[in-house]
Write a protein that binds this ligand. Structure first.
Ligand code: FMN
Length: 325
């Protein structure tokens, strides 16, 4: 391997090396004279626990930098897997207030904007700025920090968004299939196969909906819509099926209601409970989703053969009876 010699060659080699890393993604924000700024960032890390501080490297040509240079506080929100669109907007895909059109932003006057629905959100009081080359290293002491409900972080790898926990789950499933094969269980575990198949469908559905111009919906939202389609309307049943708390499900249902995806009505049989259903407004989204699911099924048929697809549907469509004791 030839060693890079010039500064340009070294920079190119560094870029290549950095592309190979899996970097968590954050959004850095600042407000100055009533104007809000936001930029995606991967060049950030912790500096010290005493005092608790973080650093971020900001290109001086970024508009956000002008606000940082003149302000005293910045916001740093660590993004979750479900915030790829937020990162795209803040990473150059949108301008001005459009950056804040997606995501649950905490917008308090005099405070930098933060995301409530990410992995964590902090307010940093700027302690030091160190100029170097094209960038400024901003060190800030944390004066406020809150954890979001979403534990799975969004990452960037090889020039694309990357979902480390989902990827780990998929690897586990692939691994368990291999282990199953090595153990002579040629089909691995059926439950793992069903999970892998579900992810295949869900990812196919999500990207096709996005291609049709729909705002991206999270996996939990997608699960919830699938539950409603299966005739499950009680938030407590949905919470149990999703494996999340009632509190988390009611927050999500409220958001989905606000987005016009569902309706949440009082349960006529139980005054303290509510029932969720599809909203009129989501009819076109559902029609598109059904069309995409049919298309995905046709693709499976082309790939594994019509007979295998028919057999698969027949086996899954049978009544498996009550759970064994
Ligand atoms: C995934 C990702 C990571 C980024 N990381 C950084 C970073 O660490 N520092 C930086 O200065 N710019 C980074 N950028 C670029 C800025 O987010 C981008 O230039 C943005 O449009 C700046 O917005 P502004 O000019 O409104 O401040 C990143 C962009 C993306 C998409």
């Amino acid at each position: 391997m030839e060693k890079p010699q010039t500064a340009q060659e070294i920079a190119a080699a560094l870029r290549l090396a950095l592309r190979g890393l899996v970097r968590p993604v954050a959004v850095l924000t600042a407000e100055h004279r009533g104007v809000r700024h936001a930029m995606a960032a991967t060049a950030f890390c912790e500096v010290s626990m005493d005092p608790p501080s973080m650093l971020v490297c900001i290109n001086r040509s970024n508009a956000t930098y002008t606000a940082v240079a003149e302000g005293t506080e910045i916001g740093l929100s660590l993004l979750s897997e479900e915030q790829e669109e937020v990162s795209r907007r803040c990473g150059g895909g949108a301008a001005g207030e459009d950056k804040f059109a997606v995501g649950e932003w905490l917008l308090e006057a005099g405070k930098p904007p933060r995301l409530a629905d990410g992995c964590a959100a902090m307010v940093l009081r700027i302690a030091q700025c160190v100029d170097h080359g094209t960038h400024v290293v901003v060190i800030g002491e944390i004066v406020d920090i809150a954890h979001g409900a979403a534990p799975a972080p969004l990452a960037f790898h090889d020039g694309a968004y990357f979902f480390p926990l989902t990827q780990a789950a998929l690897n586990l499933v692939a691994q368990s299939r291999k282990t199953g094969e090595a153990d002579g269980m040629n089909d691995g575990y059926l439950m793992m196969d069903l999970m892998r198949a579900f992810y295949w469908f869900d990812e196919g559905l999500q990207s096709a909906l996005k291609a049709r111009g729909w705002q991206s919906i999270s996996r939990s939202q997608s699960f919830t819509l699938a539950n409603i389609a299966l005739g499950i309307h009680r938030p407590s049943d949905i919470a149990r099926n999703l494996g999340i708390s009632r509190q988390a499900v009611s927050k999500m249902l409220q958001e989905m209601g606000e987005q016009g995806l569902i309706t949440v009505e009082p349960d006529p049989d139980d005054k303290r409970a509510s029932l969720v259903g599809f909203s009129e407004k989501s009819a076109q989204l559902r029609a598109d989703a059904l069309e995409i699911l049919m298309q995905l099924e046709r693709t499976i048929g082309e790939r594994i053969g019509a007979r295998a697809l028919k057999a698969l549907r027949a086996a899954l469509g049978q009544d498996w009876g009550a759970l064994p004791a």
